[in-house]
Design a protein around this ligand. Structure first.
Ligand SMILES: Nc1ncnc2c1ncn2[C@@H]1O[C@H](COP(=O)(O)OP(=O)(O)OP(=O)(O)O)[C@@H](O)[C@H]1O
Length: 455
């Protein structure tokens, strides 16, 4: 190996650029020394787990992987794993001999150039500089894409939505856990992203885990990670979601679906700020904020013994309710028009017909904003002319009638409940109950008759 060092080799650590070298068999024993002459500071590791730690800790943007023509299988898996977690990282590959066709997979994991031994250090240094530049460009483009305007705005002008936006701005920077509640599709996930955006961790990772979507047998290792050999099939160490979110935010959606035994582990993490990987005995210190969401009623889950009361109290410190679309129905056409703008594929002539406006305004939207978006997205593609009608939205009259009948019966039930409460609160004095309800005695008698309560 040519060890000649260029003449300007007195670079201080401060002016050096950091580089990771993944060299499992120490085939590049002199790389740190030679590259320090080009103002590079090398962090050498022999395995992917250590690589992941250093990439995260040092914000590494450029790395070198030493590969062997006949032994690329495990390295390929390592690079794919690292690439998934750090997509902006760029690699140079170094091989002991000229690589053949079988190594075309390198292109899929951000390997921008490859060299074989002995190295031409000048050319190698140039390629490293080029790779670092590309990586920094990609990172800044990504950071720009993550700026607030790139995150979907929380739309609506109703006081409930204004209040929601205000709460997100206030709760975001607090670093406390936040429990988001609300119906499916109401925007809990979007609110979690905004909490992360408003936090000091906004440049750290934002990791989402849907506890309801993970098979019970995998949840523990998916969340907490596992050590190599922890169980049959654990061929290598796996960094779990909590660790992936280190320095950032972990959003645990559908938290009510987390099995009870893992609720204990989670509670421990919230108290001690460290985890144990499955099969590991060394605590791993972590610094990540947790956000939770559930569309289930957690209080009932506690009553039914499905959710630990201590965990419930621990995560129920800051609570944010995301309103269902029905609660701010006044805004629905505003949202609908804006989503149509988003989805109209450049066709700004597209508009809603009167029957579509009627249908949108009278439907009950059980799937909330997600359903509204999806119906409009589909209609914008399927519509034949310039006007989207109720049928394009899949909101045929029969569907609306069924819902309107439901609404009528629900209103009646609510009326009955309110009337009975007023009568009971006023010790069965009909005049006092009518006054409390702000209606006349005769109206109260009529309502009692309608609800068959007049006997
Ligand atoms: N007020 C809003 N303005 C604009 N878009 C919204 C609003 N509320 C929700 N959305 C959008 O609706 C979709 C569904 O939202 P999201 O996935 O956050 O709902 P969720 O409550 O987390 O649903 P689930 O409980 O099913 O996980 C997303 O595309 C989100 O961006």
């Amino acid at each position: 190996m040519n060890l000649s060092v260029p003449s300007d080799s007195k670079g201080t650590r401060a002016s050096q650029r950091e580089l990771l070298v993944l060299d499992p068999n120490n085939d590049l024993p002199d790389i740190s020394q030679v590259l320090s002459g080009y103002h590079w500071h090398c962090l050498k590791v022999s395995n992917a787990a250590d690589a992941l730690k250093l990439i995260d800790r040092h914000g590494i943007k450029i790395a070198v992987a030493m590969i062997h023509q006949n032994d690329t299988g495990s390295l390929a898996k390592d690079l794919v794993n690292i690439q998934q977690q750090f997509p902006q990282l760029h690699w140079l590959a170094v091989s002991d001999e000229v690589l053949g066709q079988s190594c075309s997979w390198l292109l899929t994991v951000n390997v921008i150039d490859y060299f074989h031994l002995p190295l031409d250090w000048q050319r190698f240094n140039d390629a490293l500089g080029h790779g670092l530049g590309m990586s920094e460009l990609a990172s800044s483009a990504n950071a720009r894409a993550r700026e607030p305007h790139a995150l979907a705005p929380i739309r609506g002008e109703h006081p409930l939505i204004k209040n929601l936006r205000h709460s997100l701005e206030k709760l975001g920077p607090s670093d406390e856990t936040v429990l988001l509640s609300g119906e499916t599709g109401s925007g809990k996930g979007l609110c979690a992203k905004w909490l992360h955006r408003y936090s000091l961790r906004q440049h750290g990772p934002f990791v989402v885990v849907n506890c309801g979507a993970l098979p019970a047998s995998l949840i523990q290792s998916t969340l907490f990670g596992h050590e190599k050999g922890a169980f049959t099939g654990a061929e290598r160490r796996y960094i779990g979601h909590l660790e992936q979110a280190n320095g950032g935010t972990l959003f645990l959606d559908e938290i009510a679906d987390l099995p009870l035994d893992l609720q204990v582990n989670l509670l421990q993490f919230l108290d001690d700020k460290h985890i144990f990987r499955v099969g590991g005995c060394k605590p791993v210190e972590l610094d990540c904020r947790l956000l939770f969401a559930s569309h289930q009623d957690l209080e009932s889950a506690v009553d039914e013994g499905r959710f630990r009361e201590d965990l419930y109290h621990r995560i129920n410190v800051l609570r944010l309710h995301v309103p269902s679309l029905r609660e701010y129905l006044e805004d629905i056409m505003l949202l609908a028009e804006q989503f149509l703008d988003d989805f109209n594929h450049g066709n700004d002539q597209l508009a809603f017909s009167d029957d579509a406006v009627q249908a949108i305004s009278h439907y009950n939207w059980p799937g909330n904003v997600r359903e509204l978006q999806n119906r409009i997205r589909r209609a914008a593609v399927m519509v034949e002319g310039p006007l989207i009608c109720a049928r394009d939205l899949g909101l045929e009259p029969a569907m609306l009638h069924r819902w309107q009948n439901d609404l009528a019966s629900q209103r009646e039930e609510l009326d009955t409940e309110v009337i009975l409460k007023a009568i009971s609160d006023n010790r069965h004095n009909i005049s006092a109950a009518a006054r409390a309800l702000n209606i006349s005695r005769s109206t109260l008698y009529r309502l009692l008759k309608k609800s068959h309560l007049n006997n």
